[in-house]
Design a protein around this ligand. Structure first.
Ligand code: ATP
Ligand code: MG
Length: 412
């Protein structure tokens, strides 16, 4: 894609009021724009990163046998009354509610357990239909008290949510463990080290839940991490200074929660009267679980973790493009033709190229834009490079000269 055509281009200064690093760098790089507190536009570059994140999640969840769907965002009060959560004061605080012109009441999706349970109830399920595993990428609305920390906490944000229904607790626990492993893989593929912390389920469940926490100074959570093993726990739960598993020293760290998985038991099915027929012909309530990943939050966490004073340093797996081709001296027709040729050859080989084809900008301006945007490989074609390309990785200092063929061999 040609950078000359993109909207918007980079900003010299962060918008006023942008306090967090993720907000500053993502806004300056042209990835996001703030509409109001807690509400963000995903600009073209931001959407490309989110698509990469989603594709990693999609691959790992599909390999657990889950199926992708899409659920509505406007929910009738009646479905939320059936689970009892419409009348839960803690839920009432976080839910956006509205009425239509006939005074019917609705809410905007803050989660989808009720909607999935209602759906399952329509299909007269037998034990042979189970387990069922359905997920989606969609928008959640939450009336958060504070919407700070940039894109880490929104009032309207993107989440991947997965729901599973089972014949028994045993079956649920097997799948729950499988999803936990899939989550660890998902975050590792984005170069994020996560630790799993047991937590209380808040407005969702009395059962235990597991949070996936990433150490990050911009985080709002405080968690104890063992310095020796991968044990982690909530500050409130553990009173000792030593790890209960290896007796290593526990240190208190700031974290961001990027995922959260819940065993919900049979409460939702029982409240909403959603049953399956077992082998003996008896009706029984479904065992249910839900699993969230904060997709738009991840966009911010990645920037908080991977940046330097000049800009973002995307991990390759989620970068908006693999290469950032900079054409310099493009007033010269010969050099312009050479840069165009490199752009065509790389694109034809399936390499993603962000091609800075703007004429009249200085090398310094183009280099600082590339550093800010943070694409893994910077490629330069100029009057100095002749029939070669100058290649530099965003995270490295040194540059190398090579032919297109050599480059393709290295990055394919
Ligand atoms: P938090 O403790 O941060 O409020 P939560 O436990 O309320 O999170 P869940 O309901 O479990 O969150 O949602 C699943 C995931 O969605 C979370 O792990 C988090 O990554 C993300 N998430 C939750 N709330 C927000 C928000 N307001 N903005 C952006 N992402 C969010
Ligand atoms: Mg919350």
């Amino acid at each position: 894609m040609r950078y000359s055509t993109i909207f918007p281009k980079t900003l010299k200064m962060a918008p006023s009021g942008a306090e967090s690093i993720n907000h500053q760098l993502l806004a300056r790089g042209g990835f996001i724009d703030q509409l109001m507190a807690g509400s963000w536009t995903l600009l073209p570059l931001g959407l490309r990163v989110v698509s990469k994140i989603n594709q990693i999640i999609r691959q790992e969840l599909n390999s657990t046998g889950a199926w992708e769907a899409q659920l509505p965002l406007l929910h009738p009060k009646e479905i939320w009354s059936r689970s009892g959560r419409w009348d839960d004061p803690a839920v009432a605080e976080i839910m956006y509610r509205l009425k239509d012109r006939s005074e019917r009441e609705y809410c905007l999706s803050f989660t989808h357990e009720e909607i999935v349970m209602d759906l399952l109830g329509k299909y007269n399920l037998s034990y042979k239909d189970l387990p069922i595993k359905i997920y989606q990428f969609s928008t959640k609305f939450r009336n958060e008290l504070r919407a700070k920390s940039g894109i880490l906490r929104g009032r309207e944000f993107l989440m991947k949510d997965l729901y599973s229904a089972h014949v028994s607790l045993e079956d649920l626990e097997v799948y729950f463990a499988q999803v936990r492993e899939a989550y660890l893989k998902i975050f590792t593929r984005m170069d994020l080290e996560t630790r799993v912390v047991n937590a209380s389920g808040g407005v969702f469940t009395e059962h235990f839940t597991q949070e996936f926490q990433v150490e990050c100074d911009a985080g709002e959570d405080m968690v104890l991490f063992c310095e020796k093993c991968d044990f982690a726990a909530n500050v409130e739960v553990i009173k000792s200074n030593n790890c209960p598993e290896c007796s290593g020293l526990l240190k208190e760290v700031k974290t961001v929660e990027v995922g959260h998985i819940f065993t919900l038991g049979t409460k939702y099915a029982a409240n909403m009267n959603v049953n399956f027929t077992d082998e003996t012909g008896n009706k029984k309530p479904l065992w249910f679980a839900s699993y969230g990943i904060g997709v738009s939050r991840l966009l911010g966490v990645l920037v908080e973790k991977f940046h330097d004073e000049r800009g973002i340093i995307w991990p390759e797996s989620v970068a908006p493009f693999k290469t950032h081709l900079i054409g310099l001296d493009l007033e010269n027709e010969e050099i312009k033709a050479q840069a165009e040729k490199v752009y065509q050859l790389l694109s034809a080989d399936g390499v993603e190229v962000l091609y800075d084809d703007r004429v009249g900008l200085s090398a310094g301006e183009k280099f600082s834009d590339a550093d800010l945007i943070g694409v893994p490989y910077r490629l330069v074609v100029s009057k100095r490079t002749h029939d070669q390309i100058e290649v530099k990785k965003r995270a490295d200092k040194n540059t190398n000269f090579m032919s297109v063929t050599e480059l393709l061999e290295q990055i394919r």
